[in-house]
Design a protein around this ligand. Sequence first.
Ligand code: SF4
Ligand code: SF4
Length: 290
Amino acid sequence: MKQLLILSGKGGTGKTTIASAFIRLADAKAYADCDVDAPNLHLITGQNSDPIKTDYYGLPKAEINSKSCIECDQCRQGCRFDAISAEKIYKVDPLACEGCGVCKVVCPVDAISLKPAVAGELMMYTNEEKVFSTAQLKMGSGTSGKLVAEVKKQLKSAAVDVELAIIDGSPGIGCPVIASLSGADMVLIVAEPSVSGISDMERIIKTAAKFGTKTAVCVNKFDTNLDNTDKIEVFCEKEGLHFVGKIPFDSEAVKAINNGRTITDINCSSGAAVKEVYNKTMELFNKVVG
Ligand code: SF4
Ligand code: SF4
């Protein structure tokens, strides 16, 4: 399975809007939402069946057996996450506990155990011979990168014979993005023509370069700042990156998304522009993956 990953250096650039349009245009048989903190691709791509849900276990959480505890305070002193309090009894705050196990090691009476903890939910939709893998991280849980890896693993195992997977990555440059990048054959970066948007774009380009992943760039809402759009084009030329097009700001697109439709489902200027971006991206993708 070849993977086309769609990323942005920050939230709000329209990454998921473009990913959903690509999924529709490619009639993708396998796709995934790796934005496990705030997944919403399922809202736009419209799923007509319930997903298969699986609990995702992240890091374990410490638990103190108050009957065995002799209140020596070593666990509280050893916990660098301030997850242990000593009021009436010694107890662990599960939201603060990172499951490192230090408290268990230092406890002289073996009063602490590490218990598996559900950190999120994996979801898999299968309909019309299509596989869609996604997940939702539980509030306060870490290990989002590991959950992204699980989303991709689930997709691969359910769609073994599918040639192309389109993956909506998570915003930023943190662990979930690194996990999204692992195994991707090409990345399309959706940039926004603002000062912070350019800076974020440069950071995500550097991140993708560390993986040696072929990178293309498009600009969304390009007409909100033509000077900055020019700067992005110049930057891409200088860095030898493929610039695959510009998509205008479009109030019709906003309405389509709010109604749970992709921008290629309606007749609008952004929909026409995204088709051009799609064609150029896929032409490049086919060259890259051979
Ligand atoms: S497992 Fe680590 S983070 Fe959790 S309470 Fe123990 S020392 Fe603190
Ligand atoms: S290290 Fe063990 S005995 Fe000491 S306070 Fe913590 S739980 Fe109690």
